[in-house]
Design a protein around this ligand. Sequence first.
Ligand SMILES: [Zn+2]
Length: 373
Amino acid sequence: MWTYNSANALEKSLPSIENAIESENVCHRIAVDGGSVDESRTILNRYGWTVKAAQRKGIPHQANEALAMVDTQFFAAFEHDIILNPKWFERTSRMIGSDDRTGAAQGLRLYAGSKTMQAFEEWMYRAKRIPIWSFSIDNTLFRTEAVKQAGGFPVEDPASADTILRKNLFKLGYRWLTDNTLLSGHYRKNFLEQFKHQVKSLELARYYWSSSPETSSVPRRFISLLGGNPKHVLNMALQSRMLRVPLAWYTLRLQRGLYLALARDTKTVKPVPMDDWYLTNFLRAVAISGKSLGGAGADREVDRFHSADRMCMWCGQRAEFVYSVPEGWENILPKLHPGIGPTFFACSDFHAGKIADKIFKDAFDYVAPSPPK
Ligand SMILES: [Zn+2]
């Protein structure tokens, strides 16, 4: 755990961690503190945690100092504001132990404490707008060897240690599993705390991660800056029956939007690195699925398509091949581009690649294969 003036949250998180993990499964409880001037250290000691003063402040630096002290096959990383689900250890340890290529296993965390923040995320969770492959390093069980092989917690961008670590693990062939039914709390005392937290993390980030900057149009970006689809905000307010929800939502979105629109000079936009990794794999799988429409090898299954439909979805020329969205990528199917079904035609592998690229980038946020059960 990495802490900095965390007393308030620690009173919530430490007992929940103690409750979720039986002491026989714990070798060390290590906290690396970034120079707290509040009661953080006292509270940590009271719950049996060893507190080490950080040599360098910042999440990845503090996490790496803690990692250097790990001498077990697995370790858990928690942020100071996690209210851990009582079943967390039971379920994540089963996930990570099922296969030695699993490098990380975690659940989801949704805001707790602040009723407003809770209303946002409960709505998003119920509306399935939180991707099932969401990830973070704050309620996560890691395979020590995997993280060490990946070079530890990346220090490149302090606000994106999770994103970059996940990419690095993928590159080594490790999986990062998320059980999106294993819900923990993410403590925020009140809305103001979230407001301040967001400013800090925007300030901290060296990059703005963007899944596909070139495909998002100016009107779309404008709507997003103003808070996205107003229907969603209305639903949120109705479901939670709280009038302050829309105000809080637009305040946070505007804060973020303005910040991202203004402060570009010292910061850069980078595509989400998993996107590249996934996109490559997706394109490859689509290419492999290609079957010729003519000739002796033509598939019978193709016959059920009307010949008039056999046009390249990219250029409109006569199609030569049929492709399908590969198995295991089911989560993008409901988001396929209009006119493109799970099976589509193209004149060439090149244009099939263009279509697959568009399917991928039009999908909500970004896409990933369904995690193995
Ligand atoms: Zn074409």
